[in-house]
Ligand binder design. Sequence first.
Ligand code: IMP
Ligand code: MG
Length: 178
Amino acid sequence: MLQEHKIKVLISTEELQKRVRELAQEISRDYANRELLMVGVLKGSFMFMADLIRYLDCDVEVDFMGTVSYGDSTESSGEVRITKDLEQSVAGRHVLLVEDIVDTGLTLRYLLDTLRNRQPASLKVCALLDKPARRRVRANLDYYGFIIPNAFVVGYGLDYAEKYRGLNYIGVLEDPGS
Ligand code: IMP
Ligand code: MG
């Protein structure tokens, strides 16, 4: 793969798969007697969600929402816009929102407010990565994979300017400005 940046491995493929499997077991237990609707937040969560659902052993339906937050490629401005909405109603459903990473928390806050208004039976959050250093609003993650330091990460669905989503690991992009 053509790489323009130096990328240092932060979370290896093996660590990712082990943790995703553990999360899937936890979720399977918690939703054993309920019909789960997993809502992936595009685009970053697509790979995490795909692996998560492979390891689940409870019934699950999936749907997706797309968001963009304005700003340059490594700093979110906090203004969030929905680019793709759900195909189904969440009213009365048990919804698990699946995010790639929670950084400032603004995207998550916006999505939770939006979904809560539609009156799901329950609403929980599963994020692969939690980057608490830059949090601007409170975010309660019901499930999370890893807490990471304040660095810009790519891979396993996460991008820098739409690149590097296909990496099998989470890496730290060194000097994103250069
Ligand atoms: P927020 O700042 O919590 O609203 O995060 C918004 C979105 O920015 C996340 O869902 C990611 O798609 C993206 N994002 C935040 N931090 C990173 C990062 O380190 N790498 C790649 N994308 C990120
Ligand atoms: Mg995202």
